[in-house]
Design a binder for this molecule. Structure first.
Ligand code: DQA
Length: 148
């Protein structure tokens, strides 16, 4: 049976520079490479893959996902450490929410240790580089199927 689920994959600030930005931390895959990995991991499910450098745009897209998605994956990047607005927007969702980081923020500088997103997420994937996006898509699909 084909999967008609829609999964939003939202990416926050500076992730448009992946591949060139601190590759020793974030790897050499570009965001386009990562989108391709998500599409492959999703099979028949539909991926809506977006990036913005603007906090309010992320809030708008999270609100859009309330109506249109069966699961949401978010790499909030630095806004994860600062944004009550993202926390509040995510708390309005009833679909599974997966917080994702390429690096493992808990093993980095102290200012990266707190996330406003984690307490609004179903689960967190961090530290697996670009492969983490594939893991997140698999986790999202598992959660969607559990709820069906
Ligand atoms: C990041 C980790 C954040 O601490 C950082 O601000 C980012 C990327 C990651 O994917 O590892 O921009 O979210």
């Amino acid at each position: 049976m084909s999967d008609t689920s829609v999964i939003y994959v939202l990416n926050g600030p500076n992730l448009n520079l992946l591949g060139a930005r601190e590759p020793e931390i974030y790897g050499r895959d570009t965001l386009a490479d990562i989108e391709q990995r998500c599409l492959t991991a999703a099979g028949d499910a539909r991926i809506v893959f977006r990036q913005t450098n603007h906090e309010g745009v992320l809030v708008d897209w999270i609100q859009e996902a309330r109506e249109k998605a069966q699961a949401l994956i978010i790499n909030p990047a630095a806004y994860g450490h600062t944004s009550v607005a993202l926390h509040d927007a995510l708390k309005t969702l009833t679909i599974p929410v997966i917080e994702l980081h390429l690096s493992n923020p808990a093993a980095r500088e102290a200012f990266r240790h707190h996330s406003y997103v984690s307490s609004a997420a179903t689960g967190v994937i961090a530290g697996f580089g670009a492969a983490g996006y594939e893991l997140a898509v698999q986790a999202a699909l598992t959660k969607v199927r559990e709820r069906a």
